[in-house]
Design a protein around this ligand. Structure first.
Ligand code: SF4
Ligand code: SF4
Length: 479
């Protein structure tokens, strides 16, 4: 580390990346955690604080991450389960990624879209091809998309992204509609974030990849993304541009996971300290095999056990935030984190450009290998059989529940009064329009049981009536 990186003082309220992700503070935190991993009194106090739903600081979370004794680990998992149940119940929100273009001018060494990869097929969808993708996604039953594109000033400029969002929202095929478009594009200017906000996006998502600046610099040798500070301050600019739901994440395995866990939490604390609103979501991808990527260059790959601990600790440290896992993970490893933290999963995903529609010729353009190849309906049936309620809800941002308005409802747990009814109504829509015999029969009992669990008699009655109306053909009710 250079002296400049090492010595920068920590200030979570600062707008300067070196100060809110201070390397000195991360190192001091990891030292503190190592020194206190056997401190039973401290650990008990931390768990007590977490059990009250008050979240944890990055230092407290780092201490838990260091704990190895089975009793403490069991307490952490039990608590994560309890908090997940209290805030999210058994709902799992479904989404799909939509890749628009894999042209990219950056040099990220872990991503096959990097500019010097000559073997990958480069593609960019036209608006007509995007419309075809959206119809294919609607025909699967999706209502919520995460839009993905590499960074390219001429082939994928902001105007192309905005046109694409307009196309996506405009398509109505049978009963289909994409009701929420989250956007995962490169760090950009306040002005461009304002335009994205005005286009009606849901969450702006950008992964830090790794919070360790030295490793970051090594993994990003070229392109605009090589500017660590500009990348790290992106969420600040997004919020200045009016986007108040932002999603952060780290690509676990690029660097030491302890460093990235602490960095993620410092980032969340910074957004809360500076804007009064923490991250809407936290994503937990892990490095996966892909074209032209040598996995032996990433010795920090995270095991399943460590991954599970990361998810549980994030759940109790930031109880109000949604947690996302993609089809990079296998059925087995997704199952292992559903009960302890994850609240959103993708289903039936394609990580190729144009992969949802056969005529879009997507071969050879994927960003990473998928581990979970099941269809959306198979995943819906699987979730139902495990006792979860797959939800296609997109209500919050359409009802203006974003930013601090959303956070106050999420922190108090009051958001559950909307989530369960919306989950049951959107699941019924899905079953009517796209469900197979298997998902329909798996859902029957769970819908009846979940309706009876709704605490308010009035809301319960409204949900029953609306479900009848959905079965009769009406659509898009929401709380
Ligand atoms: Fe481009 Fe993003 Fe891949 Fe980096 S991670 S090469 S910015 S698409
Ligand atoms: Fe998400 Fe809001 Fe729907 Fe709950 S009501 S599932 S928080 S969009």
């Amino acid at each position: 580390m250079t002296e400049e990186i090492t010595m920068t003082p920590y200030n979570p309220q600062s707008a300067v990346a070196e100060q809110f992700i201070s390397h000195a503070e991360v190192v001091a935190t990891l030292d503190y955690a190592a020194a206190h991993s056997d401190d039973r009194k401290l650990i008990a106090d931390i768990l007590q604080q977490a059990s009250e739903g008050r979240g944890l600081t990055h230092r407290q979370a780092a201490v838990l991450m260091e704990c190895r004794d089975s009793e403490t680990l069991e307490s952490i998992f039990a608590l994560a389960r309890k908090i997940k149940e209290r805030i999210y119940g058994n709902r799992i929100v479904m989404f799909a990624p939509l890749y628009l273009s894999n042209h990219c001018i950056n040099g990220c060494t872990y991503c096959p879209y990097h500019a010097t990869n000559r073997t990958i097929a480069r593609r960019k969808l036209t608006q007509e091809q995007i419309a075809a993708e959206v119809i294919a996604l609607q025909d699967m039953g999706h209502k919520r998309l995460a839009l993905e594109a590499g960074e390219h000033p001429t082939l994928a400029p902001i105007d192309y992204i905005l046109d694409s969002i307009e196309t996506i929202y405009s398509i109505r095929h049978r009963n289909g509609a994409i009701r929420r478009v989250n956007v995962n594009i490169a760090a950009t200017t306040v002005e461009n974030y304002r335009r994205l906000h005005d286009a009606g996006i849901g969450t702006y998502i950008l992964f830090e990849e790794t919070y360790n600046r030295e490793v970051y610099n090594r993994l990003h040798p070229s392109g605009p993304k090589s500017d660590w500070a500009y990348h790290t301050e992106a969420m600040d600019r997004a919020m200045e541009g009016g986007i108040d739901d932002v999603g952060i994440g780290a690509l676990f395995g690029l660097s030491d996971y302890r460093y990235d866990l602490v960095g993620l939490l410092m980032h969340a604390e910074h957004l809360e300290a500076r804007f009064g609103v923490g991250p809407h979501t936290i994503s937990v991808p892990r490095i996966r095999p892909a074209d032209d990527i040598d996995l032996t260059a990433f010795p920090n790959a995270v095991t399943d056990d460590v991954f599970r601990r990361i998810v549980a600790i994030l759940r109790i440290a930031v109880p109000y935030t949604g947690m996302i896992i993609s089809t990079r993970e296998s059925e087995q490893s997704r199952k292992a984190v559903l009960d302890i933290g994850v609240s959103q999963i993708s289903g039936g995903s394609k990580t190729t450009v144009g992969g949802y529609c056969d005529s879009n010729d997507s071969e050879g353009s994927e960003q990473f290998d998928i581990s979970d190849h099941r269809t959306l309906d198979q995943i819906v049936s699987w979730l139902l059989e495990l006792g979860y309620v797959p939800s296609f809800c997109t209500a919050c941002y359409r009802e203006g529940r974003t930013g601090d308005r959303f956070m106050s409802l999420a922190k108090s747990g009051a958001i559950a009064n909307c989530c369960t009814p919306n989950a049951l109504m959107t699941l019924t829509e899905y079953l009517c329009d796209y469900g197979s015999d298997s998902s329909r029969s798996a859902a029957k009992e769970i819908i009846t049981t979940e309706i009876e669990k709704i605490p308010s008699v009035k809301v319960r009655e409204i949900v029953k009536q609306r479900i009848e109306r959905i079965v009769a053909g009406e659509r898009d009710f929401r709380f």
